[in-house]
Write a protein that binds this ligand. Structure first.
Ligand SMILES: [Zn+2]
Length: 158
């Protein structure tokens, strides 16, 4: 089994966690949430072949360096359609819960985790789950009706 390499890159004004995940054997990689500071992200991609540029959600702090990373790496951009339409972003692939994003000897599993945004996604590979801002949403509810209130309250503009 090949080794998975995971690097966290702090980017942008909001100090977003961008991740570079690579198959150490094949050097194929995924970039999750390139939110800003494209040169800083690109400096982590030396020798890697970026297959995917995947977004947990489409808030500007998570998508700010999308176009620069895309043009430098030619990875395929991917997000949920609901976020693309809500935040007027675009991607080459709109993801469903059945999708997996293969890279090297690994694949990211797509998990649909709305709440923070309508089209929030998390990505799972091995024992790791990348949640973006979804994990900031409380999930303990005292009544089912509370869910709607919490979801609408958690959909923030940034
Ligand atoms: Zn957010």
């Amino acid at each position: 089994m090949a080794r998975l390499s995971i690097q966290k890159v702090h980017v942008g004004e909001k100090d977003t966690n961008c991740y570079v995940i690579a198959c150490a054997e094949t050097k194929e990689a995924v970039v999750i949430d390139p939110g800003g500071d494209a040169p800083k992200i690109l400096s982590q991609l030396d020798g890697l072949n970026v297959k995917w540029i995947a977004f947990t959600h489409a808030h500007p702090g998570h998508t700010g360096a999308k176009d620069e990373v895309k043009s430098a790496t030619h990875g395929t951009t991917a997000m949920h359609l609901a976020d693309a339409t809500t935040y007027l972003k675009s991607a080459e692939r709109y993801l469903l819960s059945t999708d997996t994003l293969p890279f090297g000897q690994f694949a990211l599993e797509v998990l649909i985790t709305p709440g923070h945004t309508p089209g929030g996604l998390s990505y799972k590979v091995g024992n790791h789950v990348f949640t973006g801002d979804t994990a900031t949403v409380p999930i303990r509810l005292s009544a089912p009706s509370e869910l709607e209130t919490r979801i609408s309250g958690s959909v923030r503009p940034a």
